[in-house]
Ligand binder design. Sequence first.
Ligand code: TRP
Length: 449
Amino acid sequence: MQDRGHWGSKVGFVLAAAGSAIGLGNIWKFPYITGENGGGAFVLIYLACIAFIGLPVLTAEILLGRAAQRSPVSAFKALAGEKTPWKGIGWMGVVAAFILLSYYSVVAGWALHYTSLAVTGGLMERGPDGMEPLFGELFASTPLNLRWHLIFMVLTIAVVLGGVRNGVERWSRILMPLLFVMIAVMLVNSFTVEGFGEGLRFVFGFHTEDLTAAGVLEALGHAFFTLSLGMGTILTYGSYLNPHDDIAAASISVATLDTVISLSAAMIIFPIIFTFGMEPGSGPGLVFITVPVALSQLPAGATLAVIFFGLLVFAALTSAISILEVTTSYFIDEHQWSRTKATLVSGIAIAIMGIPSALSGSTALFGRGYIGGRNWFDSFDYLVSNWLLPLGGLGIALFTAWRLDDAIRHREFLTGSKLAVFYKGWLLLLKFVVPVAIGFVFLHAVGVV
Ligand code: TRP
């Protein structure tokens, strides 16, 4: 077996895993689904899902990765035998990684476009009334979508080419702390706006009347997406974790950082919305339309726009790196390719696969309905979020709790752990609570419940 390389330190693993978890899911998606589901009660359910479902699966994925010292497909073979059907979970994860990154890169490309507009002054000059048409123009433009999608893929490939120490870890060490500083700057700004109190009451007030069954299920599904679970991303990162590091403690750190960033993003966005009398439930356009509108009316808006969209690009890049790492490590481990060849081949394939998603707003061919009337872009998102991730998460929970050798599971959880007392509780959650809950998300996607 070739040397896989390891994280330079425990902080390196936590920063990289947090870099994977914290992305468009936190800053773009979490605030808008919170708005659509009426705020407070949804946030509370979401936090419960992170703690009791996301956290145990996160621990399971890291544990499987470190126990096997391999990427997903090879990991299941190493732990359950060459012919094991469980390796299907790994296969599905590799397929999911190809699909997810191909359209994730398109949204990240929008953030790049907005960053470049903000830097050159072209964003604020549109004025508040120009923001909605501005997003509409971007969405309907073939050259802009193609250009930024491809630029974002080149950035992602360049980072992964450097390998674990020099690439992923070094970039995470630079980008993640910078992200926290930018979030803090934006938060301080939100403290000063008139709608801060109202925004805070919206995010943390307990308005059960707005909560629906669909909202509860959405909170559960988002817990998986936001923690990068169900695809082997975290499993792959776990395979680079040092043998003496505390897996449970690392999981708690990652989940906490991810949650702090999501809550901060909501605390940044909602005070702005209430200050300017906007609609909290305005959907996926929240970041790209509402935030620039609000910023254009603030004295430091032009500077804040650069910070905000720069932050979104950084967050998306550290997540994209982790997705490409899944396909890269698959080709290294299963086909003995060099890192350079594995990264280039899968990265270029994903960039090409993303072209239909990039053109979903500008061409009739990819804008028409594919799955259930969704355009190509939305169909890819639907396939991954509603099918592949919940299935993968279910498989990982079931494998870890019911199939994995007890001695391995016990050893990996307890080695170097100060949290040994939680072993039994963690196993109970994985055996029963997690499969039932994920099964529920899955049945919801099928339309049975
Ligand atoms: N968690 C990231 C976000 O919130 C996205 C992501 C990265 C992801 N890797 C993943 C989602 C693996 C699911 C599986 O933006």
